[in-house]
Design a binder for this molecule. Structure first.
Ligand SMILES: *Cc1c(COP(=O)(O)O)cnc(C)c1O
Length: 376
């Protein structure tokens, strides 16, 4: 039976299979590895997996702390996780306090202005859940500078108290690169700040942080990518279970002679007599156009009957052309499924074929796919 033989998938060109059992297993494995509470980063629609199914599955498994980027994402998480603490990493934008309170959400405060605005709101409206304080330990993106944070500790702590801060956090800039000396500097900077706020819980580890030697776990971790099967130790075997697989179908086959130009603007030329298969997904389905395979730069790959087949020519809006000359004949047939993500095609390989990273592949997963959730 073809995986497309379901009422939803039969009308579509692509099928996304999402293994929520693997998601939960990855969350448990990361918590066990850290030896502390693991939260879950579910921003960007849980990295494309679907925020409601992901938060529901993780809540049932015991996850109590979620992180999103935008307030709107927090509202969606709250709808399926009534009890959880839900932190909004992008912080408090002017005038958002009432909306945070209405949904019982926790801003990640990253400036004195944000602390003041949230503290003033809390004064008039009583206690809400603890907020988080973001300290910048070297990324220069979000958060208070270390000196600024230290000046708000100890005797100067009224503002942090008034804002109801319960969690101190910072974010790594290069934790996937074990050899980057910035990691040790960030670990040391954050240790100094955490020591100045002994009454607060602290959070440092993102996915790769769990695998970084000498990285303290503190009281809460914030994995994202690894939960969804991304490799937190690039270049080494992936310790996580695969969560995402993406399949499409062959619409047409053709044989072309050596010298034939293929696709928009003829950017790929057959070097031998070749069998080509056109499959029904493209950049409008979230597969980057940068995965085009040209005469000079190789692009993405699909598995046809388990055999890697290169993209040839430009990725179109709704179609991609594969060179299936080497694929088994019984798989390179009209209607047969091909794999774009899954099995040998892990997220890092797919990202490299599109000149990007696995994170961007995941978060670009389109709205056009049929979705099948398994492992629940
Ligand atoms: C996105 C994000 C994370 C999760 O990072 P991963 O590398 O996906 O594990 C953790 N903390 C912050 C502040 C983030 O922005």
């Amino acid at each position: 039976m073809s995986p497309f033989d379901t009422p939803e998938a039969e009308t579509r060109g692509t099928l996304l299979t999402l293994d929520l059992g693997a998601l939960v297993a990855n969350w448990r494995a990361l918590g066990a590895r850290a030896g502390t509470e693991a939260g879950a980063v579910v921003k960007a629609d849980a990295y494309g997996i679907g925020i409601e199914p992901a938060v529901t599955a993780l809540s049932r498994a015991g996850c109590r702390s979620f992180f999103v980027a935008h307030l709107s994402e927090a509202v969606r998480a709250r709808a399926v996780a009534a009890e959880a603490t839900i932190y909004v990493l992008n912080g408090l934008l002017p005038g958002q306090s009432a909306a945070f309170a209405r949904h019982d959400l926790s801003p990640v405060l990253g400036s004195v202005a944000e602390l003041q605005e949230w503290a003033a709101f809390r004064q008039g409206n009583g206690a809400v859940r603890p907020a988080a304080l973001h300290v910048d330990s070297g990324m220069n993106r979000l958060g208070l500078a270390p000196d600024e944070a230290l000046s708000l500790a100890g005797d100067g702590s009224e503002l942090v108290d008034a804002a109801g801060v319960g969690l101190l956090m910072t974010h790594f800039a290069a934790s996937e690169d074990e050899g980057d000396p910035a990691n040790a500097r960030q670990i040391a900077a954050f240790a100094g700040i955490a020591a100045a706020f002994p009454e607060l819980r602290a959070s440092l580890m993102n996915s790769s942080g769990h695998f970084l030697k000498g990285c303290p776990a503190y009281q809460l971790t914030r994995p994202g990518y690894a939960l969804y099967g991304g490799n937190p130790t690039p270049g080494q075997p992936n310790p996580m279970q695969a969560v995402v697989s993406l399949q499409s179908r062959i619409v047409q086959l053709r044989d072309v002679e050596a010298g034939t130009q293929v696709g928009y603007n003829g950017r790929w030329t057959a070097k031998r007599r070749s069998r080509l298969a056109t499959i029904c997904l493209g950049y409008a389905d979230g597969y980057p156009r940068n995965a085009s395979g040209t005469d000079t730069v190789p692009g993405g790959t699909a598995l046809v009957g388990g055999v890697p087949c290169p993209f040839v020519g430009s990725v179109s809006m709704d179609l991609i052309i594969l060179d299936v000359t080497e694929a088994p004949e019984n798989a390179a047939r009209r209607g047969e499924p091909v794999t774009l993500i899954g099995d040998a095609l892990d997220l890092e390989t797919v990202g490299a074929g599109a000149k990007t990273i696995g994170y961007e592949i995941l978060t670009s997963l389109g709205r056009r796919h049929a979705r099948r959730y398994v492992g629940v």
